[in-house]
Design a protein around this ligand. Sequence first.
Ligand SMILES: [Fe+2]
Length: 309
Amino acid sequence: MKTLDELYARIDALGMEGGWHRKQPSLWPEPRANFLPAQWRYADVKPILEAAGHLVDHELAERRNLTLTNPLPGNGYATVRTLVAAYQSIKPGERALSHRHTPNALRIIVEGRGTYTVVNGTRVEMRPGDVLLTPSWHWHSHEAIGPDECFWVDVLDVPLVHLLEPMFFERHPDRCEPVRENVESCPLAFRWEDSLQRLDAAFGAPADAMSEREIELGEPAMKTVAIHVQRMGEDFASPEHRSTANAVFTVIEGAGRTCIGDKEFAWQRGDVLAVPAWQPYRHRVSKNAHLVRVSDEPVMRAFDWLRQR
Ligand SMILES: [Fe+2]
């Protein structure tokens, strides 16, 4: 080996790369904000789910859901790097069979009464504004008794599980797990009326000033996922903020506009916004609003990677 080209050819042939001669850098000064700002409007999605209700049999579909795929070229699934969000519907008389998986999941109820979820044998009603958890490896099924078709937003840490690879999934051997108890409240169900009461009692704005009041559901809600409920009054305008945490926002009520990176989105009830890590964003509210922010903050915190600016 007399030349650098010969040296690199030998290194390459052994499946190695010189650290001084990388084709792609492995370290960079700050996060690259790869995933793109994005929005999905409930007004667009609801008619599609209603049409799917006539065309897609629930037993066949297992879950009638529409995943929100970030427009990042090459991405076919995730909403932000570590999280996937989906809209889901269930009609009276339908049942989504029991299964369990290693990914953590939660649902944020947008509309409809009379749907129940069963988590590890505990059956609880899901009502608009409620947030329900199905932590890793908990059996869960859903059942709509009526009167309404029910619509909600799911958020799961499946893309993180894809990255780290500990994916396990199984269907319940009896199709539906037996109901052990019916409850009005349980630690896995955060009631909207309780969230409103806690927001009423919350003192002052959060440190990041991104809302007027903020509460956290759980401490955190699940090992990989944090959930914050935010309140902003009409005419609220936030500063610009960025975080290493990846986030998905769901609009429970109100209206406003959010700039994320170089994009601006006008939002209203039921809409979902993708705020990927390190994208600068700011809100302007035009009608009293409540947002639910789901993020991977616990992951960032666990490894001392949570940075905000
Ligand atoms: Fe599931």
